[in-house]
Design a protein around this ligand. Sequence first.
Ligand SMILES: O=c1ccn([C@H]2C[C@H](O)[C@@H](CO)O2)c(=O)[nH]1
Ligand SMILES: [Zn+2]
Length: 133
Amino acid sequence: MDYQHMISEALKARNKAYAPYSKFKVGAALQTTEGKVYHGCNIENAAYTMCNCAERTALFSAYAAGDKSFDLLVVVADTDRPVSPCGACRQVISELCPADMKVILTNLQNEIEETTVAALLPGAFTPNDLSKH
Ligand SMILES: O=c1ccn([C@H]2C[C@H](O)[C@@H](CO)O2)c(=O)[nH]1
Ligand SMILES: [Zn+2]
């Protein structure tokens, strides 16, 4: 499948990054099952721990707009290999997206790694793990 359109959406999202501290801009494009595309970028803060990644920005933007049914996530950054989502984002993605959903990781050289939500985080903590409480 050709992901170039969604990759170009993720690149547009990356241009919105606010990353004055790391200078590491990340973009994400999240497609809903109805074909709508949400952009996410990383948003940093002088209080460094408050930084939010592009992936979570996209997911939270979609949720805030009332959309929660997704079929593709694309993430792009200027990395030597296709960008690797952090552990926090893998956890959030695993709860909010279907396990078999495709995730496309890429970089500015257009190197592409095609993976899935389940493959990104084996053994994720899930809502089921809370069921005794
Ligand atoms: O997949 C990733 C990896 C990192 N970042 C952000 C967090 C921080 O703003 C900067 C450096 O880690 O990049 C993302 O948005 N997504
Ligand atoms: Zn992250």
